[in-house]
Ligand binder design. Structure first.
Ligand code: PNS
Length: 158
């Protein structure tokens, strides 16, 4: 069984994330989407809400499962017998940051990191920009799954 993990905060998932998850699901037998529980960072959606959203928007992929984790990603990988991490790279500055993390993760555990170029259609996308646009009434349709679009409108309306 070839397993891989797609980790992140997913607050909320964007179409860029979904593209990476879907492409990973075509390459691997099992993809675990791992949502970081980060008590230090305030979030718009709770971890459980994010998990529910992720489960809904990935339901067309039978080999994708969604889990939460805290602590080190490599510990989660070891506990779940996952030998590799997939990370989307949007721009060169992502690579600078991700390379260091990949090398550290490998040094800590031997867990590999594989970089997947983001679809250029989504290379400008991030969860924080999506939240900012939605907060000020901008249109994020096409940038996030429809479910997330609706939830953003509801959550940010008040
Ligand atoms: O979507 P994000 O916030 O960019 O995802 C970052 C994430 C969750 C992949 C990263 O912060 C992470 O792996 N955190 C867990 C702690 C850890 O393992 N840090 C790396 C030490 S080298």
């Amino acid at each position: 069984m070839r397993r891989v993990v797609c980790p992140g905060s997913f607050d909320p998932i964007t179409n860029g994330h979904l593209d990476i998850i879907g492409r990973s699901a075509r390459l691997y037998d099992e993809v675990t989407v791992a949502v970081l529980i980060n008590v230090e960072k305030s979030s718009l959606f709770t971890v459980d809400e994010r998990i529910e959203i992720l489960q809904t928007v990935t339901k067309e992929y039978p080999n994708v499962k969604v889990r939460k984790f805290h602590g080190l990603l490599v510990d989660f990988c070891k506990q779940n017998d996952i030998p590799a991490i997939v990370k989307g790279i949007r721009v060169v500055s992502d690579f600078d940051y991700e390379l260091q993390m990949a090398q550290l993760n490998y040094r800590l555990s031997g867990v590999e990191t594989l970089f997947m170029p983001t679809n250029p259609e989504y290379s400008f996308l991030s969860s924080s920009r999506v939240k900012e646009i939605a907060r000020y009434g901008g249109d994020v349709s096409g940038l996030v799954p429809d479910l997330v679009h609706q939830l953003l409108i509801e959550r940010l309306r008040g």
